[in-house]
Design a protein around this ligand. Structure first.
Ligand code: NAP
Length: 296
């Protein structure tokens, strides 16, 4: 199967290629990476990797690639909102590879400002004349590369407290990146598995329970510092406007603290043998990695 992968140098992408190299060593794959992407993360894997350099959000990149090559499968990990550009270029090139797309359960958010672009992209996917498998992860964690729990663990380890905005009762069901990677391999091996699947972790916890697990695994107290939600929104907005991407917290994350983010993965379990790890096991692995790398 000729396969093109985007996002191969990211958290989920590197773990996917690692799993692929273990299960099907020497597989030939193509990766669309940026000029600046750190290819050393995947170059050493037991795979035959052919690189395309470009920007997956631009039609120019896709048009250039499809003028040169015709793939049987495209695994698009980078961003769901780039799907319309990808599909449009495929239409122009009259190609219909099987698409495996990483989406997000963020599509279920009641905050339209954040979910609308995902809804638009999924709507576009429905118009695609080829086949596809859409995997929608919840919050991803699992390595110092993750943008979510890694920061929380680091903060708790250093300061022994964590702010809780609102009641801390809303539900979370984070997914380990390696569980997504294994599901991607399955979806790649079986292109007849089609449709949309939510991918959530094995544990449903509220925010206070999450802090309790982190405290137990760090073997340190983590005190909960309660703040009204509005204060959190103001602080996050300020931090984002001053620090931009470097802000430890995004306004969206605080707003979405009011929403339960637990989603059933029953369909993925039935069709893709999806068996995610528990949060305690996944966090234990992440904390071990952070300790080995001297981050905590
Ligand atoms: N993080 C979450 O909690 C979460 C939750 C639900 C869904 N998702 C979705 O899950 C997917 C994987 O997330 P992740 O955390 O594994 O990603 P990640 O670690 O942030 O990696 C992103 C990857 O995409 C590449 N990339 C970004 N923009 C690109 C562009 N314009 N052109 C070409 N390549 C580009 C990056 O390349 P470089 O190496 O050059 O940076 C990197 O390889 C994403 O679609 C994300 O939206 C994430």
């Amino acid at each position: 199967m000729t396969t093109l992968i985007t996002g191969a140098t990211g958290l989920t992408g590197t773990l996917f290629l690692k799993r692929l190299a273990e299960i099907k060593p020497n597989t030939e794959v193509s990766c669309l990476v940026r000029e600046t992407s750190n290819r050393s993360k995947i170059d050493h894997l037991n795979l035959k990797i052919n690189y395309y350099i470009g920007d997956s959000k631009t039609a120019e990149t896709w048009d250039r690639i499809f003028a040169q090559s015709n793939f049987e499968i495209i695994i698009h990990i980078v961003q769901l909102n780039q799907v319309p550009v990808l599909i449009n270029s495929l239409k122009k090139a009259q190609q219909t590879p099987h698409l495996i797309i990483i989406g997000t359960t963020g599509i279920y958010s009641k905050y339209n400002r954040y979910s609308q672009e995902y809804k638009d992209a999924e709507k576009e996917l429905l118009t695609y004349s080829g086949t596809y498998c859409l995997l929608r992860p919840t919050m991803i964690y699992g390595s110092p590369q993750d943008q979510n729990l890694h920061k929380l663990v680091k903060f708790c380890d250093r300061y022994k407290f964590f702010p809780v905005f609102g009641s801390g009762n809303t539900l979370l069901q984070p997914i380990h990146a390696d569980d997504i990677a294994q599901t991607l391999v399955k979806a790649w091996q079986f292109p007849n598995i089609q449709g949309a699947y939510d991918l959530s972790g094995a544990s449903i916890v509220n925010f206070r329970e999450l802090l309790t697990i982190v405290s137990k695994l760090l073997a340190k107290p983590v005190y909960h510092l309660y703040f009204p939600l509005n204060i959190g929104i103001t602080i996050a907005t300020l931090l984002e406007s001053i620090l931009g991407d470097k802000s430890p917290v995004r306004r969206e994350q605080i707003l979405r603290l009011q929403e339960d983010k637990a989603y059933s993965h029953e369909s993925a379990k039935n069709d893709l043998d999806f068996e995610p790890r528990t949060l305690e096991v996944g966090l234990q692995q992440e904390i071990e990695l952070m300790r080995n790398q001297g981050i905590i």
